[in-house]
Design a binder for this molecule. Structure first.
Ligand SMILES: Cc1ncc(COP(=O)(O)O)c(C=O)c1O
Length: 328
């Protein structure tokens, strides 16, 4: 089943519990909401982003502002980087975020899959440009440091999709800590519960930053100016926000691991679980009032992806319905 068909079935069924797409339910931080009310000027700006935005993001990552470029959300940054590396051998572990294949499809480029073991850990042995995503959508796992080392040792370059880096309840090591041949894709969609703002950043070596800015210029020209300004002024809320949402989603992940009677690898970040489920579980769950997404969309047939985007009491009810619907 493709994504559009799954969404059509979900929309038609109007389920009581929507645990399908990863649209965060925790309200955005008040600092951001306040900052967005102050529109300011709406002129064009530089394609690499406003100086104040680049400085704010550089501060989070401990890099220089010219190693940061603003993008219109993580997906836009991913597209820019995949375009830049289009002539290289691109690889990504499976299960994967389907957006990578949507981008590769539009650009007409190949993307090879790297197998993972029962704990969703890949073996990195082939040379190439890797696209990795930890904490991971759909599995919620993060790589132990030895694996990150294995990755950077073998990779020509790493595109590290870290849009869930602020939601961690286990160990998380960014490849950026171990190598300089890395471009981090960062986004405010999940950490600030604001995917509709379309704002993110790429943190990369200066030559790659220039190429991403060139991609900006060719596509949207300037990432949303008023949003860059608002995010820069609300950046002080980030450490507190990180703690708050890691605690909230961490409790939900605990509840899932405790309540769901499906075999699953316990997540150490993000807000998803990816349990093994019998055939037809997506349809049966939907009929019982719970929408999830079929694992085949993520390269994990025989699994379902559950987004933990409801409060714990609602999730407890949804998990009971799921156990029942899929005969667990
Ligand atoms: C792994 C991963 N990467 C990138 C994105 C894109 O996020 P955005 O474009 O909203 O920043 C998502 C969104 O769900 C995601 O799960």
């Amino acid at each position: 089943m493709d994504f559009a068909s799954a969404m059509r079935l979900i929309e038609e069924a109007r389920p009581r519990h929507r645990l399908d797409i990863g649209d965060p339910d925790v309200p955005p931080p008040p600092e951001l909401v306040e900052a967005l009310k102050n529109i300011g000027d709406l002129h064009y700006g530089p394609p690499e982003g406003l100086p104040e935005f680049r400085e704010a993001v550089a501060g989070i990552f401990g890099v220089e502002p010219d190693e940061v470029v603003a993008v219109a959300g993580g997906r836009h940054g991913l597209a820019a980087l995949m375009w830049h590396f289009r002539k290289k051998r691109l690889l990504t572990p499976s299960p994967f975020y389907p957006g990578y294949f949507e981008i590769a499809g539009v650009f007409g480029i190949g993307l090879e899959l790297v197998k993972t073991n029962d704990n969703w850990l890949p073996s990195f042995s082939e040379r190439g440009v890797y696209i990795v995503n930890y904490p991971n959508n759909p599995t919620g796992i993060a790589l132990p440091k030895e694996k990150v080392k294995e990755l950077v040792d073998v990779a020509e370059f790493v595109i590290s999709d870290e849009i869930y880096r602020d939601i961690v309840f286990g160990e998380f090591v960014s490849p950026l800590e171990l190598s300089s041949e890395i471009a981090v894709v960062y986004s405010f969609s999940k950490v600030f519960s604001a995917p509709g703002l379309r704002i993110g950043a790429v943190i990369a070596p200066r030559d790659v930053v220039k190429e991403v800015a060139r991609f900006n210029k060719a596509t949207i020209n300037v990432p949303p100016i008023h949003v860059q300004r608002a995010v820069a002024s609300a950046i002080g809320a980030l450490p507190r926000r990180r703690r708050e949402i890691s605690e909230i989603y961490g409790r939900r992940a605990e509840l899932a691991a405790k309540t769901l009677r499906f075999p699953l690898v316990k997540p150490s970040g993000a807000f998803y679980v990816f349990p093994r489920a019998g055939p037809g579980c997506f349809e049966k769950a939907l009929a019982a009032g719970v929408s999830v997404l079929p694992g085949d969309l993520y390269g994990g047939p025989g699994h379902i992806r559950i987004a933990l985007v409801e409060p714990e009491d609602a999730l407890a009810e949804a998990f009971a319905l799921l156990n029942n619907a899929c005969n667990r």
